[in-house]
Write a protein that binds this ligand. Structure first.
Ligand code: ZN
Length: 260
């Protein structure tokens, strides 16, 4: 992946001088370490919520014991602001029953984003999962009907309902669900804590346990959940941090166009 040391980005940290058996943790989550010849690089997902003015710290573990730490600097992400209008008021200010549902679902989603079943990991470039206009980029600070909401934790690709969704990289399907905000959703584990989440689908075409190759048809675009129109929302989670999926695509990508 492309390195970008900002909240929502990726840090590539050299840990070559540590013994091969040691584990690397960030924010209490295990971090992927890629070993090649005599080099070892930790591929660290940085949460959007992290304060970039404080130095970030990798913890080096031997079993349960912390034996060292490695600090690295972050810069601010400078994500743009975005204003959205949602006509379904209960999707903006949910009632008590909806809030209970949202809490239960958010616990389920957070488990699925950490559910690692696939050990193989391949860091070659991912493919965009569907064709369409990039309607919203990662990290945008969102206001919905004028109210501040969580920043955008993925990228949006606008496409007509029924447009095929293809696996951006190989993996195993680890879950699916129908959620209040995310609508019909599919989880694809690419290995060792790198997990894709596809939202607002009209149809899922793969089931938990399915082994998927890069480019396999896995779902169809829809407008389920909280949306302004049919689109695919693609989140990518690395060591339980939602990071910008653009960093995993081949470098020649077109910028989001900055509208809606
Ligand atoms: Zn989105």
């Amino acid at each position: 992946p492309t390195e970008r040391r900002v909240p929502g980005g990726i840090a590539l940290v050299d840990v070559s001088h540590y013994q091969p058996g040691l584990q690397v943790f960030f924010n209490n989550q295990p971090v992927i370490v890629v070993r090649e010849d005599n080099a070892a690089i930790a591929v660290v997902g940085i949460p959007l919520s992290l304060d970039p003015s404080a130095p970030a710290q990798l913890m080096i573990h031997s079993g349960k014991r912390v034996i060292d730490s490695v600090s690295f600097e972050l810069s601010a992400g400078h994500y743009p602001t975005e204003h959205l209008t949602i006509s379904d008021q209960n999707k903006v200010t949910p009632d008590a029953e909806s809030l209970r549902r949202i809490r239960a679902e958010s616990a389920e989603i957070s488990v699925l984003l950490k559910n690692i079943q696939y050990q193989h990991i391949n860091f070659s470039a991912m493919q965009l999962p569907t064709k369409g206009r990039r309607s919203s980029s990662f990290g945008r600070r969102r206001f919905i009907n004028g109210q501040p909401r969580k920043p955008h934790s993925g990228i949006d690709i606008a496409a007509p309902t029924g447009t095929p969704v293809y696996a951006p990289a190989a993996g195993i399907v680890t879950g699916s669900g129908d959620y209040f905000f995310n609508g019909h959703t599919l989880f694809l584990d690419h290995g060792q804590g790198l997990v894709s989440m596809f939202c607002h689908l009209t149809e899922t075409l793969a089931a938990p346990g399915d082994e998927i190759k890069q480019g396999d048809l896995i779902a169809r675009v829809g407008s389920s959940g909280r949306v302004t129109g049919p689109h695919l929302h693609w989140s990518l989670s690395l060591n339980d941090a939602r990071i910008d999926p653009e960093l995993f695509l081949a470098p020649i990508t077109v910028d989001a166009d900055g509208t809606d």
